[in-house]
Design a protein around this ligand. Structure first.
Ligand code: ACO
Length: 370
């Protein structure tokens, strides 16, 4: 029997949403190169593409942006639920709880209106709770601002710099969708039982939270902060690997070359923070880490993944570290909801099998025992 741990290489669905080619480092969203979309398209445009199969026509763009903006304000009870949560609860647990409290407009089948509602709500949830954590009055969403500018505006209360909006938008677009990753698979499993979108998303957020998936960028920042200077990189990384630790931001289940999202985000950071000593530290640590990972696990092809340069983008635009994974969630909600709609449209219960490897009882002596 083949080793089935981790379902590696198992095809769990047919999808029209994205192609992830791990050998060539290619990422395609519904017939478009993801890197090109991240360079040139808005969050709203790419959400439209993933949900409906096409980019909005120029004359549709303003009405579409307004439709998404109209869903940003949360029902009153969701704010009260967040206020009732204990201080110090991590942001992903807050987002998971608030998404669950938002509920679904309808149970089955999930709709495009549900997808818009949850996607528009997540930034408001994060910004509201962040303000409360800091003892500030939350900043209400501004429907006249595009999705990404509004997120930065709600986080700070200030009109964001255009280069920060573009950098964050590139990040939020390129991480929107990524095949059958752990959280997306989770969302599809829940949907396959004909459960509602809020339940599928709450489960997906739980999967996203783990450090092997969406929790890595904060770990990248911790690592770079501990390394501190390029000269310390080699000894720090050698010791971490000798202790059997994993380097956050490196390695990927599918990519056996540099993650194309990491390349795109590295370009974004180069433009934004080219002279920043921190950028130069990140670049040098990346080179040392790839060399030492090859020494540590020869032939395993461990390269930079999206989370390494995601941490750099998020830092450069001023997102606080405790919000990194939640900000990734604000992006991936588009991919999850697109998969939920796709799963529902061609639904079949997802129900794999397991192989029993435990002991057997004694042979039955009567028919009732069998
Ligand atoms: N640091 C050190 N060693 C590593 C790393 C790493 N970052 N990644 C893999 N390895 C080791 C594994 O322990 C394994 O060793 P073994 O064969 O002795 O057990 C070997 O390299 C091969 O690993 P893979 O089979 O390629 O890894 P797998 O597919 O199981 O895991 C994963 C992929 C979870 C992403 C892993 O590379 C990892 O833990 N990376 C660090 C966390 C991270 O950056 N996560 C973000 C991923 S991107 C995303 O989810 C959006």
């Amino acid at each position: 029997m083949a080793n089935t741990r981790g379902l590696e290489g198992v095809v769990a669905a047919e999808t029209e949403l994205s192609l992830v080619d791990g050998e060539r480092g290619h990422l395609v969203f519904r017939g478009h190169w993801a890197r090109e979309l991240a360079r040139s398209r808005s969050f709203e445009d790419v959400a439209h593409l993933l949900w409906t199969g096409r980019l909005p026509a120029p004359e549709e763009a303003a009405a579409w942006q307004a439709q998404m903006a109209a869903a940003r304000t949360l029902p009153e009870h969701v704010y009260r639920v967040m206020d009732a949560l204990p201080a110090g609860l991590d942001m992903m647990s807050v987002v998971r709880t608030a998404v669950s409290a938002l509920g679904a407009a309808q149970d089955w089948p999930p709709s495009l209106a549900d997808a818009i509602r949850f996607t528009a709500a997540v930034p408001t949830i994060i910004a509201y709770r962040h303000a409360r954590n800091e003892g500030r009055s939350p900043v209400a969403p501004r429907p006249d601002l595009p999705h990404v500018a509004n997120y930065l505006y709600m986080l700070t209360g200030r009109h964001p710099a255009p280069d920060h909006v573009r950098a964050l938008e590139a990040y939020l677009v390129i991480t929107m969708e990524h095949g059958m990753n752990a959280s997306t698979f989770t969302a599809r499993v829940v949907t396959s039982t004909q459960s509602d979108m809020a339940s599928a998303l709450s489960a997906a957020i739980g999967a996203m939270k783990g450090p092997l998936h969406g929790g890595a960028p904060a770990g990248v920042m911790d690592m770079l902060e501990q390394i501190g200077t390029p000269e310390r990189a080699e000894s720090w990384i050698r010791s971490a690997l000798a202790r059997g630790e994993r380097l956050m931001g490196f390695g990927h289940r599918v990519y056996k070359t540099t993650d194309p999202r990491a390349l795109a985000l590295r370009d974004v950071v180069t433009e934004l923070a080219g002279e920043d000593p921190w950028f130069s530290l990140a670049t040098q640590v990346e080179d040392v880490a790839i060399r030492l990972l090859e020494e540590h696990k020869p032939g395993r092809r461990l390269y930079t993944n999206v989370e390494y340069w995601a941490a750099a983008v998020l830092r450069a635009v001023g997102i606080p570290k405790p919000l990194y994974t939640a900000t990734f969630t604000a992006s991936r909600t588009v991919g999850w909801t697109a998969h939920i709609l796709e799963q529902a449209a061609h639904n079949r219960l997802i129900r794999p099998q397991s192989v029993y490897v435990g002991p057997m009882p004694a042979a039955p002596t009567t028919p009732e025992e069998a």
